[in-house]
Design a protein around this ligand. Structure first.
Ligand code: ADP
Ligand code: MG
Length: 359
């Protein structure tokens, strides 16, 4: 390594990744350092393409380089290697780095809205994403993604057939609603429900995925237990609305994941329908469903409150038209979901770093 590169590396080792409290050189995030003329270029390897700290890294890197070589300009390229808590020798669902469960204490709090927008936002950031609708009683993901008339493909794999998920907005989607006639009531119960879900996980050609996001049925049940016990789950996201009834139901979900039988790490809490801002009063916030629910849970269980998403008028109609809110033309609205996705991805990486230390 040339003297110049060594000095530049020293400068970069002043830049700290606040999530891991270590410098970017020790974290092995710096690659391909090169100086051509007056341009210093290198690649910064992030733990997720949805990293919310890119701007901060850029500013810190520029400052660190300028402090030793003020005449060099910096060309910073970002890339990512999404981390996984899984061991090399785990064969089941091998190509899937992170399985994330999206759960809620009760229905109607926006669990599916969160799952869909999270998946699409992560996909837009450049991650490989799968979305699985495990809410077998009321599969609504096909409607929200405008995919009600789509059917998964099939390929033969040895003596078995495998499903090929539907591609929508850059992500891979599979729902019980795509396999059955939506007009037929679903009466899966207990073990049948779990075996249907197992099929939707295993008999599918998911390919390589950074994140497989699973929209669970509300509440606590067999399906939650069997997922946690049978599959290498990275963690769960808990969606609540701010009011007390939702909070007490959400507590049950959290306790289930913390329980002896399940032991699924909780990535954090998302509070949905947090407030309402009328268009003609853009600085006002009306707390229609009360306030503080998400914060209360976060403090009680020492979990991060990953996002608060306001009530968005017309989200219903838009979802029904099959365009997720994160892709909406209104930048403010899509921003809430983008930030939520960044925060979720960031905390998955933090969780994975903890797992590695423990392993
Ligand atoms: N932030 C929000 N603002 C306005 N409407 C919302 C919001 N989040 C969800 N909704 C609407 O509330 C209803 C329930 O949301 P959904 O995501 O289906 O909940 P769940 O999956 O928890 O039952 C849907 O009609 C959805 O469009
Ligand atoms: Mg739902």
């Amino acid at each position: 390594m040339s003297y110049l590169i060594t000095e530049l590396e020293k400068a970069l080792s002043q830049v700290i990744d606040p999530d891991f409290d270590k410098d970017i050189v020790s974290l092995r995030m710096v690659e391909d350092m090169n100086v051509t003329g007056q341009v210093f270029s290198f690649t910064l390897v992030l733990t997720t393409p949805a990293c919310p700290l890119k701007d901060q890294f850029k500013a810190d890197v520029e400052r660190a380089v300028a402090s030793v070589y003020p005449d060099l300009s910096v060309e910073l390229n970002f890339t990512s290697r999404v981390t996984t808590p899984r061991q090399e020798n785990q064969d089941m669902l091998k190509g899937i780095r992170n399985i994330l469960l999206v759960s809620s204490g009760k229905g109607g709090v926006g669990k599916t809205t969160v799952a869909v927008n999270l998946a699409v936002a992560l996909g837009q950031s450049g991650a490989k994403v799968g979305l699985l609708d495990a809410d077998i009683h009321g599969p609504s993901i096909p409607t929200m993604l405008g995919a009600t008339s789509e059917k998964p493909g099939m390929i033969q794999d040895g003596t078995k057939y495998k499903m090929i998920p539907v591609q929508k907005f850059g992500i891979q989607v599979l729902s019980m609603g795509m396999l059955v006639d939506p007009k037929q009531p679903l009466i899966f119960r207990g073990p049948m429900q779990s075996s249907a879900l197992k099929q939707l996980m295993l008999d599918v050609e998911w390919g390589e995925l950074d994140y497989l996001i699973i929209d669970l049925p509300p509440g606590t049940g067999d399906i939650h237990l069997s997922l946690a016990q049978q599959f290498p789950v990275t963690g769960a996201l808990v969606v609540t609305s701010p009011q007390q009834v939702s909070v007490s139901d959400t507590r049950k979900s959290i306790e289930m994941f913390n329980g002896q039988q399940t032991k699924v790490p909780i990535v954090g809490i998302v509070e949905n329908m947090s407030w309402f801002t009328p268009e003609d009063h853009p600085t006002e916030k009306y707390y229609i469903f009360g306030s503080g629910g998400g914060n209360e849970l976060a403090e009680e269980y020492n979990l991060p409150l990953l996002a608060q998403i306001p009530i968005v008028l017309g989200l219903d109609q838009r979802s029904d038209q099959g365009i997720p809110a994160v892709l909406n033309r209104n930048p403010e609205m899509s921003q809430y979901f983008k930030q939520m996705a960044q925060s979720v991805a960031q905390h998955i990486a933090i969780l994975n770093a903890k797992e590695t230390v423990l392993a």
